[in-house]
Design a protein around this ligand. Structure first.
Ligand code: GLA
Length: 394
C-alpha cells in the first residue's frame, strides 16, 4: 500500500537535511588518515625454513637479504626476509626473549635488512616451545610483541607447535587473537601469519583474529607429489581469500632441487593462481638463472599480485588433467592447463568454460609471448607434471 503523501514529502525533506548536516560535519573535522592495508596483495618474501632449517644464522640471513636486494628478486616484488624457527635463546631475568649465539644483535640485523629496502620477519609459537623445541611466547605475548617491535620486525609467523599442551582446542582462536592484540598495541604494522596447519577451518575465523594469512595445510616438502597434493587440494577455499587476508598453502620449494623445472613451474603457477603468499624457500645467494626465471617472471608474479585478490579455482578435471582459472581485476582470465600425468597431453580450454567472449587475445605467461587472437578455444600440449599458463581476454 502507498504511504500518506504529505508524510512522505516531510520524511524526504528531513532525510535531505540530515544528510547535508552529516556531510558538513564530516568535512568540518579532519578526515582520518587512510588505513594502512597490510598485505593488500599476498606477501612476497623469503623464509629460512625450507632450505636452512635450524642452520639459520645472522650470517645466512644477511647473505639472503643481500642476494634478494641485488639479484632481481626485490625488483620482482619480493620484500620480506623472514627468520623461521631456531633463532631463540633463553629469556633474561626480566623475561625478555634473547636470540641465541647465532644471532648476536637482532636490532642490527633488522636495521641491515631495512637498509636494503626490505622488511624483517620473525617466528614464534603461542605455546611454551616452538616446533623445534626453542622458546615460545606462552605467557610472554605482550613482552615479546614489544621486543619484536623494538627490533624493527615487520612480520610474525606464529606456529601452534606445543600450544596444544597448554590450550584446549576451543581456545585456539583466543590464543591467536591474544598475540594479534599484543602486536597491535605496539603501534607497529606487523603482518600476522598464522601457522596451525588448517585446523578447525582456520580460513573461516582467521580474519576475525587479525590474521593476514593462515596456513591451510601441513608442511610442504620438495617433492612433486607433496607439492601437488597441497596445491591442487586448495580448490574450494577461494571464497575465503581477499585483500589483507590470504589462504597460505605453505612456502615455495622452487630451487631446492627436488623437482624438475616443469614441476617447479607447476608449483609457481598454482601458487599464483591461488593468490598464495609467495615466500621463497631456497638459497637465494646461490640460485641458478633458471630458478630466478621461475620465481621472478613478471607476467606470472602479476597473476599472484593482481589487486582484485581473487583466488583461482578448478573449472574442469578429467583423470590427471586439470584446468584452473583466476579472474583478474581487468576481467581477463588467467588459465592454467595442468598435466599431472606421466606423458605429454594435448589440452583444450573452451572460452565458454571461463566466461570470456568468442574471440579473445591469448598470451603465454611463461613464454611472455602474445599468441594472437583466438576463437572459441585454446589448445596446447602440456608436458608431464607441467603447465601451460595463459592470460585470455585482454
Ligand atoms: C612447523 C611449520 C614449518 C616450520 C617448522 C619449524 O613444522 O609448519 O613451516 O616453521 O614448524 O620448526
Amino acid at each position: 500500500m502507498r504511504g500518506n503523501f504529505p508524510g512522505r514529502i516531510l520524511r524526504g525533506a528531513l532525510l535531505v537535511l540530515f544528510c547535508a548536516g552529516a556531510t558538513t560535519l564530516a568535512f568540518a573535522t579532519t578526515p582520518p588518515a587512510p588505513k594502512v592495508e597490510l598485505a593488500a596483495t599476498p606477501p612476497m618474501g623469503w623464509n629460512s625454513w625450507n632450505h636452512f632449517h635450524c642452520g639459520v644464522s645472522d650470517k645466512v640471513v644477511r647473505a639472503e637479504a643481500a642476494a634478494m636486494a641485488s639479484d632481481g628478486m626485490k625488483a620482482a616484488g619480493y620484500t620480506y626476509i623472514n627468520i623461521d624457527d631456531c633463532w631463540q635463546g633463553k629469556r633474561d631475568a626480566q623475561g625478555n626473549i634473547q636470540p641465541n649465539s647465532r644471532f648476536p644483535d637482532m636490532k642490527a640485523l633488522g636495521d641491515y635488512i631495512h637498509s636494503l629496502g626490505l622488511k624483517f620477519g620473525i617466528y614464534s609459537s603461542p605455546g611454551p616451545k616452538t616446533c623445534a623445541g626453542y622458546e615460545g611466547s606462552y605467557g610472554h605475548e605482550a613482552q615479546d610483541a614489544r621486543t619484536y617491535a623494538s627490533w624493527g620486525v615487520d612480520y610474525l609467523k606464529y606456529d601452534w607447535c606445543s600450544a596444544g599442551r597448554v590450550y584446549q582446542p576451543d581456545q585456539m582462536e583466543a590464543a591467536y587473537k591474544k598475540m594479534h592484540d599484543a602486536l597491535a598495541a605496539t603501534g607497529r604494522p606487523i603482518v600476522y601469519s598464522l601457522c596451525q596447519y588448517g585446523y578447525q577451518r582456520v580460513w573461516s575465523w582467521g580474519p576475525s583474529v587479525g590474521a593476514n594469512l593462515w596456513r591451510t595445510t601441513g608442511d610442504i616438502s620438495d617433492h612433486y607429489w607433496a607439492m601437488a597434493y597441497i596445491g591442487f587440494g586448495q580448490n574450494g577455499l577461494e571464497r575465503f581469500a581477499a585483500p589483507g587476508h590470504w589462504n597460505d598453502p605453505d612456502m615455495l620449494e622452487v630451487g631446492n632441487g627436488g623437482m624438475t623445472a616443469d614441476e617447479y613451474r607447476t608449483h609457481m603457477s598454482l601458487w599464483c593462481l591461488l593468490a598464495a603468499p609467495l615466500i621463497s624457500g631456497n638459497d637465494l645467494a646461490t640460485m641458478t638463472p633458471e630458478t630466478l626465471a621461475i620465481l621472478a617472471n613478471p607476467d606470472v608474479v602479476a597473476v599472484d599480485q593482481d589487486p582484485a585478490g581473487n583466488q583461482g579455482y578448478r573449472v574442469w578435471q578429467e583423470g590427471s588433467l586439470e584446468i584452473w582459472v583466476k579472474v583478474m581485476a581487468d576481467r581477463s582470465r588467467v588459465v592454467g592447463l595442468f598435466n599431472r600425468g606421466y606423458t605429454p597431453e594435448s589440452m583444450t580450454v573452451q572460452f565458454s568454460q571461463i566466461g570470456v567472449g568468442d574471440t579473445e587475445n591469448v598470451r603465454d605467461l611463461w613464454e611472455r609471448r602474445d599468441l594472437g587472437t583466438m576463437h572459441d578455444s585454446f589448445t596446447a600440449t602440456v608436458p608431464r607434471h607441467g603447465v601451460v599458463l595463459v592470460r585470455i581476454g585482454n
